[in-house]
Design a protein around this ligand. Structure first.
Ligand code: GRF
Length: 184
């Protein structure tokens, strides 16, 4: 059985979908969260997944915070780190230690609409199609090598419907790709 650690900062719907699909291929060893008020912590409790909160205010630098996260996850020897709405860049020890083993989900067809508010920006640009990208992490913002993409047709939809459709695609797609990566 492969082991994964999930990083999240907010709502955590993708975290939940990854936990729900755990089973024969992988288990979720730990949730790392950088926001003590995040709703994802409630999900973690309900789903019986251990979590650890790292509050940036308690560290002198981002580098120190990452080193502390690294120390926490090292004994778990994760096969994969899945970022799911984690709002910080991965830069220092984590990237060195887990290069090629950290993935992220982004709600657009990268390289289109990197960064924040991607769904809203695709919608406002009048796109008829957008989608979801799963990619490796490098030190940039949504720039790492693409692993897989799923297109989502949004023609004729409202912004709210577009968001719902993208999130539904994410919840199905992310666990599927995690499993595929860990099977090989
Ligand atoms: C998702 O849309 C994901 O693609 C992006 O952040 C959002 C997180 O949503 N990186 P949730 O916290 O998983 O509900």
């Amino acid at each position: 059985m492969k082991k994964i650690v999930v990083f999240a900062s907010g709502n955590g719907s993708n975290f939940e979908s990854i936990v729900n699909e755990a089973g024969s291929v992988y288990s979720v060893s730990l949730l790392i969260c950088d926001n003590p008020d995040a709703y994802v912590l409630k999900r973690s409790e309900r789903l019986n997944v251990p979590f650890a909160v790292f509050n940036r205010n308690q560290y002198g630098s981002r580098r120190e915070m990452e080193a502390s996260i690294c120390q926490k996850i090292k004994p778990l020897r994760p096969d994969l780190i899945a970022l799911a709405g984690y709002m910080r860049l991965i830069r220092h020890s984590l990237l060195e230690e887990y290069q090629g083993k950290i993935i992220n989900i982004h709600p657009s067809l990268l390289p289109d609409f990197p960064g924040m508010k991607s769904i809203e920006r695709a919608f406002s640009a009048g796109a008829e199609e957008t989608g979801v990208t799963i990619h490796y992490i490098d030190s940039g913002v949504d720039t790492g090598a693409v692993i897989a993409q799923r297109k989502v047709d949004i023609s004729g939809l409202t912004l709210e419907e577009t968001e719902e459709k993208i999130h539904a695609a994410e919840h199905q797609f992310y666990p599927q790709i995690v499993k595929e990566l860990l099977k090989t």
